[in-house]
Design a protein. Sequence first.
Lengths: 305, 535
Amino acid sequence: MVTLMSRVIEATGLVKKFGRTRALDGLDLSVKEGEVHGFLGPNGAGKSTTIRVLLGMLRANGGTATVFGSDPWRDAVGIHRNVAYVPGDVSLWPNLSGGETIDYLTRLRGGADPALRARLLKDFELDPKKRGRSYSKGNRQKVALVAAFARPARLYILDEPTSGLDPVMESVFRREIERVRNDGATVLLSSHILSEVEQLCDRVTIVRAGKAVETGALDELRHLTRTSFRVTTTATLAQVSKVAGVHDARMEAEHLAFDVDTDSLEPVLAALTQAGVTSLTVSPPSLEELFLRHYGDQFDAEPAA
Amino acid sequence: MTTIRIFLQQARRDRLTLPIWIVGTVLLLAVAGASVGQEYGDTAGRTSILTVALATPALLALRGIPHGASLGSAVHFQSFAFLAVTIGLMNIFLATRHGRADEEKGRRELVLAAPVSRLAAPVATLLLGLIANGIFVVLAIGGYLSAGVSLSGAVVSAVALGITGLAFLGLSMLAGELAETSRGANTIGVILVLGAYALRGAGDALGRPDVVKLTLQPAWPSWVSPIGWGQQTLAFTENRWWPVGLVAALAVVAVGVALRVHSRRELGASLLPERSGRAAALPTLRSPVGLAWRQQWPSLIAWAGGSALLGLVLGSFVAAFSKANIDSPQIQAVLQSLGHTDASDMGKTLITAVMVMVGAVAAAAGVQAVLRMRDEEVDGRLETVLASPRSRVGWLLSYTAVAAASVLIVLVATGVASAAGFAAVGQQSNAWLAMGSALVQAPAALSFVAATALFVGLLPRLAVTLGWAVFGILIGFGLFGGLLNLPKGWDKVSPIANVPALPTDDWVPTIVLGAIAVVATALGAMAMRRRDMST
């Protein structure tokens, strides 16, 4: 059993109402010490609202949340001593330079490590002398990232931190995540970019309409979805379609293509072997598919699946 | 055709802004005209006040050059320079809004990607400016006529104002070619307008007055200012057109150069690149107080500087008043009402009345500083700050403290400047009175700061509206309540009506105001602790 203290973030049944809309509708989230936790969902699912509740900026209408074992609303200041945060929409002070902003934000937490600050500026290719109003979206995000990483923290809360970065900068960002993970820090990374989460995260929570719809290690989540097959076989389309657990069977040129529920792999393989197979490609379920199942039409069409 | 389309889009964007500027300026003109007609309705009254004006360089610097005692000429003297500043600012912001600001925000790029010539947008803005200033001229003629002055003079003065507006439109277009940011372009433009006003102020103050003919020959600085040229039309008496030609020539040259530069300049390029900032922050920028101060001090210099300038000239005002021996019971009554005092000494009454207004300026500086909090919260920067180990209560108190310091700095600067002004004209006792009268405004001004802080904590979404509305209503009530024939005591709902006229033995209202300020701030902090972030 895991004790409560090894959970850096523990939220159960969070409810947050804005007027009539329920931005959070009984959301659960549990983040273990030392893990990089992906927080995945489309825009408007409640990711940023959850983060603001966890930072003590919004007060939940129901449910409980703890960060480092404390109530974020009551003990925001104490918790924040160990937190670095990058907001989803970075707004800078228009007349402060990037360097001044980085210094101000890190000093609020106790001051930057000068060597680290200098290296991050170099790696992120950020000119610290430009003023806040003249940075592009990507550069504003870099300012916030440098401010977050330039002083070590126990918990990094990053709200869609790479949405304005180019691929080169994304890889710099991934390197920093690896670094703080190796230092034993915990990361909560909200995103709607699946490949990023797939590459970086140990565990994932998927949110939709204010609720956590799946949570677990990526491997576990993949069991919930289907494996894609492309086969050259003597079996006919009709025969394969009949096997339980096969979906979307279709002919693609010479090949027969279909998706299989993970629990039904064995009977499908047995049926194929019986019919004879000359070529076979099997692709593991991608997070994209996982995502589509929750947000695509499929999800709505098969609510009991 | 595309130019017309762009023009229509620009006009649509300005469908509220420009009418407000134009109607507001015309109202200012009509009110000035009406009040001159009312207060100095006869030639004798105008002659006495113009005689005082000609003997008071500070007054000439603020107003302009008198030219005889006719009503129209007196209105022109009272209002032309102010109106030129207002209409100049309207044109400065107009040119930047559709020029450098569009370029900076990337909107111009979208437009230029369509089959549109590079000059289409500035030409459209020029068209918009011509029409806006044209409408202003027509309405301003009406404004003059409502004061009962001659049509020919009204036409000269109004056209001079409109052409001055166009000159500043051209200069602002040029500023938009020079500066990299819209803020920079606006800054250059505002400096040009205020510089033109200040230059003619200096020239008029140093000019040679003729007390018999009631005229003034301004010194050379007035001749390098387009507003100074406009005054030289001597509307309502000489009705000269050639100075209007000078202003028009400036407008044509400025617009021409701006369009020429624009046709050769790359999108986003500028002749004056923006200065880069510091690579690292100063050691003082380490807390919300440090940041609030860093944000506040540039505007604080403007608040305190302007107010101190008023304090500095107060001495020469009071000296001129006592020399001119004006013994008008009406003026005395107005001053007593403004200053909430029964003092019979005209000079002391004037000091008290002016310092009540200085208190209002200090309060405005404080309210503006407190409301920076809402900018921080709405723009999302507060979120980043509160994600650090800083409490929201501490944050609110930091901004309130900087706002309170702003109030005190404005009052102290004005008090010291006015004391210096009185010392310069040899009125030692009034120097101390002026200093004390400035400082005694503090609790009333601070109560506005505290009320606004309470709004930020309690009703964040309404805080900006409430802060300024409460300020405007209570200051208006406090300043003019006594003139509105309200039942006695009603004006006391305004904090500034409770400021004692010095010397006084009754310190209770002052102490109560101070206590109210402390309690309101504390309540604001408590409310801030309990509420959600609110954008």
